[in-house]
Design a protein around this ligand. Structure first.
Ligand SMILES: Nc1ncnc2c1ncn2[C@@H]1O[C@H](COP(=O)(O)OP(=O)(O)OP(=O)(O)O)[C@@H](O)[C@H]1O
Ligand SMILES: [Mg+2]
Length: 529
């Protein structure tokens, strides 16, 4: 810090050198994160392999996932990680776009700061410009009807196109759309609770074998050591939260049996005890029994399994506590906490309950459930865990894209078309204003070119040429022209089915600008204990 004669820090534009340094170091740290993720934007974007300190390996293209796994230290870089997370919560998709855009806006900030423009002025202008930018995307959006399944599938496909599992987008897109359409009423819905969609991952087969189950899939397998059934038609399903086994003593105790008679008594006591527990279950004509997991004692014993098998009752144990509510809602059942309260009306129903074998693992599927429409389950299959985990993340993005459309029923064409439109229109608007604000608006408009620029760069095209051509075709009024990464040229992307939800883009712009303004306004960093 330069000192003046009087010992006071030298001031220039009311800012000390330290303030400038802090601001610049924050901008640089945040920008480096954005540069890192830039190569994974778009359908031709690269994937990242991240190895955690615990040697866990994740391969992903999902912005939020990559950012989450990065172990960044700088507080400003952490703000970019949070930015990506916020977009994930608000829209689910566009988590790479938001970070890349923030990076470009920060770049514009550097240029403006170098010209001597005050950060507060930049922040105010950016805030105004972002409102204008949102107005522009809204003006080019097309309204969508939720009964238009094809358009919904196109949006889901655009979201899946840029993922590791993009070759399966034809399979996963309809699954995502149908899953959401099943749990909402397309006429009145304004939001979707994604908790009603359960995703079960199973190794074996390929993603192509994934399916949407109109019912429920349980991760557990049937316990049929004693030869009980593993397939039941017209099932009556009971969910119990107690165990069918004798209680265990609190302490380790030993019982010495000296005579056969005593042994007989022990066995007959156990038989009586178990028969008493099973009586109400049999009376209720329950033929599928789900038992909640307990660490206190065994769910079943050999003896109880033998009795259950004799009565042709199918048993699935180790049902997790947090699964119970979802299962109950799906099959229309109520959990039973004690043997005395087990009655017929608490049982749920399903047309068919069976165990299937994926080759690697076994699981239980219940089809034909009464509450079909309230919940659905997606059974995801994959040949290895990397693929399976990424398929789950990608499906989540596609589901979020559709949820965004339910929240706000409008789409825009992708492939850099909206960004170039914003850049151009804002550039034109900048000409109508004067002074410092004009410079800020211009720099803000230029930052939006980063998206088409990066899409082209990642697709192996000449980015400068592509962005120039894109600009000239938008100048001629072709608002839906974008980068066709497959053909390597600029075409009307509304014909290529590259549609994105409006909400995703609006939220990305809003959040990116908010984050940039926040970084810009920080002029000091203080570490406390
Ligand atoms: N077929 C396509 N042709 C051209 N551009 C496409 C195509 N499919 C998607 N895009 C564009 O790719 C961009 C989205 O890329 P990507 O999905 O990698 O990032 P994101 O959605 O921002 O982040 P994430 O999906 O990781 O949350 C959007 O700008 C979209 O318009
Ligand atoms: Mg995406």
């Amino acid at each position: 810090m330069k000192q003046t004669k009087g010992g006071l820090p030298q001031q220039k534009d009311n800012q000390t050198e330290k303030q400038k340094n802090v601001r610049m170091s924050n901008i640089m740290a945040a920008k480096s994160v954005s540069d890192l993720i830039r190569t994974s934007l778009g359908p031709r974007g690269m994937d990242k392999l991240i190895q955690s300190s615990r040697k866990e390996v994740v391969i992903s293209n999902d912005g939020a996932t990559i950012m989450d796994k990065l172990n960044v230290q700088h507080p400003a870089a952490k703000m970019m990680v949070d930015l990506s997370k916020s977009q994930d919560i608000a829209a689910g998709d566009g988590t790479t776009t938001v970070v890349v855009l923030a990076g470009a806006l920060l770049n514009s900030c550097i240029k403006l700061l170098e010209k001597g423009i005050h950060p507060t002025t930049i922040a105010e202008s950016f805030s105004k410009a972002s409102k204008k930018a949102i107005e522009i995307v809204e003006s080019i959006s097309i309204n969508l009807d939720l009964s238009d399944r094809n358009s919904l599938i196109k949006s889901a496909k655009t979201s899946l196109n840029s993922k590791v599992v993009s070759q399966y987008s034809d399979k996963l897109a309809p699954i995502a759309v149908d899953a959401i359409l099943k749990i909402i009423d397309p006429q009145f819905a304004t939001n979707v609770d994604l908790k009603d969609i359960r995703i079960i991952k199973k190794l074996g087969g390929t993603v192509e074998d994934s399916e949407l189950v109109d019912g429920i899939v349980l991760n557990q397998k049937v316990t049929n050591n004693a030869g009980g059934p593993s397939k039941i038609e017209n099932a009556k399903i009971g969910i119990i939260q107690y165990q069918i086994s004798p209680p265990k003593p609190h302490m380790d105790t030993g019982i010495v049996i000296k005579k056969y008679v005593q042994m007989d008594r022990v066995i007959s006591e156990e038989k009586k005890y178990i028969a008493k527990i099973l009586k109400p279950i049999k009376l209720a004509k329950c033929n599928v029994l789900l038992i909640q997991k307990s660490i206190l004692r065994d769910a079943v014993t050999d003896l109880s399994l033998h009795y259950l098998a004799k009565s042709k009752i199918m048993v699935v144990k180790d049902i997790e506590r947090d699964e119970v509510e979802f299962i109950c809602r799906t099959i229309d059942a109520r959990p039973v906490a004690s043997p005395e309260t087990f009655t017929q009306d608490k049982c749920g129903t399903a047309k068919l309950v069976e165990q299937i074998d994926t080759g690697e693992e076994k699981l239980v599927i219940m089809r034909g459930v009464p509450n079909s429409g309230k919940t659905v389950t997606v059974l995801l299959r994959g040949s290895n865990t990397f693929m399976l985990d990424e398929a789950e993340r990608s499906l989540h993005d596609a589901l979020c894209a559709i949820r965004s459309l339910v929240k706000r029923k409008a789409v825009i064409t992708g492939g850099g078309a909206p960004e170039i439109e914003i850049s151009m229109k804002l550039g034109e608007f900048a000409k109508t204003i004067h002074g410092v604000e004009q410079q800020c608006f211009k720099a803000f408009a230029e930052a939006f070119e980063i998206i088409p620029f990066t899409l082209a760069e990642n697709a192996g095209l000449n980015p400068v040429e592509v962005v120039t051509n894109l600009r000239s075709s938008h100048k001629q009024g072709n608002k839906s022209f974008g980068i066709n990464v497959v053909k390597g040229e600029i075409t009307d992307l509304s014909n290529e089915n590259v549609l994105e939800p409006l909400l995703v883009k609006v939220s990305a712009i809003r959040l990116a600008v908010e984050c940039v303004i926040m970084i810009l306004k920080i002029d000091d960093m203080v570490a406390t204990r």
